[in-house]
Write a protein that binds this ligand. Structure first.
Ligand SMILES: [Zn+2]
Ligand SMILES: [Zn+2]
Length: 173
């Protein structure tokens, strides 16, 4: 294990969190995810879906590692997906991108929301259904959460998944 990783584990655990080590296919290395212990112990479901948003030191956008944790802190189904934030709509670089609006019902917001998905995220994808995560607040600007939409190459067939637990950590690996 690299010195950087072991130092990071030490730091996370000294803050009273559990350090979860996961291989991120996009960073091409292990990342350390700081998870609040109580939220896992008190979780009402057997597997808790978590989105870990992070970036690496390469010229890559922040991305989202989706996974599930069981109550023994075992990792299931981890996958790195493209990610963007509703606040990026204000961003000049984001405005320059070619986007496609998709309309998706968000259970947590209790309404249909418009997601301006950058086209390249779907067009450059090598898989038939591309998961894209969208971090946003409710209409009162509170309660940040993450909706994952699975889009086919026509931006259709929109299976969705709601992730209530997001950890945003823009420390670069
Ligand atoms: Zn990564
Ligand atoms: Zn929502």
């Amino acid at each position: 294990m690299s010195k950087l990783i072991s130092e990071r584990i030490k730091k996370v655990e000294s803050e009273g969190k559990k350090a979860i080590l996961i291989d991120c296919e996009r960073c091409n290395r292990k990342v350390v995810v700081p998870v609040s212990k109580t939220s896992i112990i008190e979780s009402k479901t057997k597997y808790l879906p978590i989105a870990y948003i992070h970036k690496n030191s390469r010229k890559d956008n922040p991305h989202c590692l989706l996974f599930e944790l069981d109550r023994d802190f075992k990792v299931q189904l981890s996958k790195a997906v493209d990610c963007f934030f509703s606040t990026q709509k204000e961003d000049k670089d984001f405005q320059k991108l070619v986007k496609r609006d998709v309309y998706i019902y968000c259970e947590r917001c209790g309404e249909t929301i418009t997601i301006p998905i950058p086209e390249y995220m779907v067009k450059d994808s090598l898989i038939p259904k591309t998961p894209i995560s969208f971090v946003h607040n409710n209409k009162f600007g509170l309660d940040q959460h993450c909706l994952v939409a699975y889009l086919d190459s026509n931006f259709g067939d929109r299976d969705t998944r709601l992730i209530n637990m997001i950890i945003i950590d823009l420390f670069s690996y």
